[in-house]
Design a protein around this ligand. Structure first.
Ligand code: FES
Length: 574
């Protein structure tokens, strides 16, 4: 039977975008149909069906996303059931554990891959499959810029780690145990046993690190179905929600429910509030600023601090608390958190399932009050991440105070300076390192341009001389990020970074620094004239790259307070 080659019209009055490729009697309409039929599809798959791209960040170089092919199959079932036509495509994947110098160097590259893969192809809607730290923000950024209907399915956390009778959280407990291994308190054999038990399945890190945080943020933004973030990767319910998401995206296409209609300023504020309530990773600040930039929304660090001050931290998951993501899932996950803080949220914002935040979470029940506290009995009265400013960080810095030592949150001490990460690495275990528990460690040249790529080097290891004395925390300051699984009294994202001659570059060993977390200040007790004179004497370090993507990164990356996106990728607001 001859096919109807006329363009179809969606419920929102717009023809399906994919029909520009298939529909019509020109040679290229014919050849596109023919080339797709070479994959074995019959002629009627082009008829009345939204094409749903499944944007898959599966890779064997990214263990966290290793199961996403199975997830994609479940998505396809849902798409077919709803009358869509699924086509899976790959993008680069960013494996946090493997990529050097840091996966963050490539977040913007992945976002461009996602955006342009969507834009260039006959896709009406897209399901974004992500998991490991940077894959979720990269997909959200790319989808925001492409702005066709999109829904996120995160891969979920891996199973809880296990060693002997202990549950282990990937990242957080590994770092704590490594300090025991470094100081001879664990044998090689025990360390090998831990290596085999700390990461037991595919899925992202199982504490409230960056991946779990960004999965929760995607849900809080309204870009996933409710309850998606915390389902463990190997749990059959992960495939259930993937199938339902595949089903739902088809309707989203007909409704023309695009990312810019979901990720509004109010939705971003909801996501910030959830980030604060879960004690989320400091990295979420950078990623949300970048997502806002793609949407043309003027979000700044002060918004984070305002929301932090009014949002209680209620999730008792490592590194801020005691439990793991499996426990968080069994306690009810993100919907329970959002219900607890509902008065602080924009509850009437529409989400991917077409319902409002309030409709989605109103009946959420908590099954374990130890893991998700009531807002009236929080872990901390304020949110997990605090924004600092002062002459050492004129454009801001952050500290995750819920994962810090309370006695160090108000602290004045003398700086011990490392000019580079390498210098720190070479000296930190030196028996003669002149530091005391009151010393403030300062590390330079670890920001977006200086490192380069803004690596997670900010949790400077505790000096061996202090570990041997039983000291487990001290104030550390840098222009780096830190892993969301990390902990300690660590000031991060100092902006402007030292590589662009921010004031951090002027700090010298012996200078007095004051950290006043409750007052939100970070002060270098050196006169403005002296800081200026020291900065004038500095010579810029040679550029890390003179060609290729690295060169482009150095030319165009923004500072931490703007999300470290490329200047040319932010939406132009006229
Ligand atoms: Fe992928 Fe932790 S290494 S989420």
């Amino acid at each position: 039977m001859p096919r109807n080659l006329d363009s179809r019209t969606g419920a929102a009055g717009k023809p399906l975008r994919s029909q520009e490729w298939w529909s019509g009697k020109e040679y290229y309409n014919f050849s596109r149909r023919a080339w797709l039929r070479s994959e074995g599809f019959t002629a009627d798959v082009f008829q009345d069906r939204p094409v749903i791209g499944i944007c898959n960040s599966w890779s064997e170089l990214n263990n966290c996303n290793l199961h996403l092919r199975n997830v994609a199959e479940a998505v396809k079932r849902g798409v077919w059931r709803a009358g869509g036509f699924p086509l899976e495509f790959p993008t680069i994947s960013l494996g946090e554990m493997f990529m050097k110098p840091t996966a963050m160097l490539y977040r913007n590259l992945m976002s461009m891959d996602v955006e342009e893969s969507i834009r260039a192809n006959p896709i009406d809607g897209v399901v974004l499959l992500c998991g490991c730290d940077k894959t979720t923000p990269a997909q959200l950024m790319g989808a925001a810029s492409a702005d066709i209907p999109a829904i996120v399915v995160t891969g979920g956390p891996m199973l809880s780690g296990q060693w002997r009778d202990r549950k282990l959280g990937a990242g957080t407990d590994g770092r704590k145990l490594f300090d025991l291994y470094r100081t001879g308190k664990l044998t090689d054999e025990e360390w090998c046993q831990i290596e085999g038990g700390i990461a037991r399945s595919a899925g992202h890190c199982t504490v409230m690190g960056t991946a779990s945080t960004m999965a929760s943020v995607a849900e809080a933004l309204g870009m996933t179905l409710p309850g998606c973030a915390a389902i463990p990767a190997p749990d059959s319910r992960r495939l259930n929600i993937a199938e339902l998401s595949g089903q739902r995206i088809v309707d989203m296409v007909w409704e023309d429910l695009t990312p810019s209609k979901i990720m509004t300023r109010e939705a971003l504020e909801n996501a910030i509030a959830v980030d604060m309530a879960i004690g989320g990773s400091t990295n979420a600040v950078v990623h949300l600023l970048a997502i806002a930039g793609r949407l043309g929304i003027d979000l700044n660090l002060d918004e984070f601090d305002r929301i932090s001050r009014q949002t209680p931290c209620i999730v008792n998951v490592k590194p801020s608390g005691e439990y793991l993501m499996e426990d968080f899932f069994e306690a009810g996950g993100v919907p329970v958190v959002m219900r607890e803080i509902l008065p602080l949220l924009h509850a009437d914002r529409v989400t991917a399932n077409g319902k409002t935040v309030r409709e989605n979470v109103d009946k959420a029940e908590c099954w374990n009050r130890e893991v998700i506290r009531a807002a009236s009995a929080p872990l901390a009265a304020e949110g997990g991440t605090v924004v600092l400013r002062g002459n050492l960080a004129p454009r801001g810095a952050v500290i995750k105070h819920t994962a810090a030592s309370p006695h160090l949150l108000q602290h004045t001490g003398r700086a011990h300076v490392f000019e580079t990460y390498k210098e720190m690495h070479d000296q930190i275990d030196s028996p003669g390192l002149p530091v005391t528990p009151e010393t403030i460690l300062v590390m330079k040249n670890c920001g977006p341009k200086g490192a380069p790529g803004f690596p997670e080097w900010g949790q400077i290891p505790m000096p061996r001389v202090l570990l041997d004395r039983g000291v487990n925390d001290m104030v550390r300051i840098s222009d780096a990020r830190m892993s969301g699984t990390s902990f300690g009294t660590v000031v991060l994202h100092v902006a402007p970074e030292s590589a662009v001659n921010g004031p951090l570059a002027a700090v010298e060993t012996g200078d007095e620094i004051e950290l006043d977390t409750s007052g939100r200040t970070l002060t270098l007790h050196v006169s403005a004239q002296e800081i200026s004179a020291r900065l004038d004497r500095r010579r810029p370090a040679p550029a890390h790259y003179d060609r290729g993507y690295g060169w482009m990164f150095l030319q165009h990356v923004n500072q931490a307070d703007e999300g470290c996106d490329f200047d040319f990728l932010r939406k132009r607001v006229t």
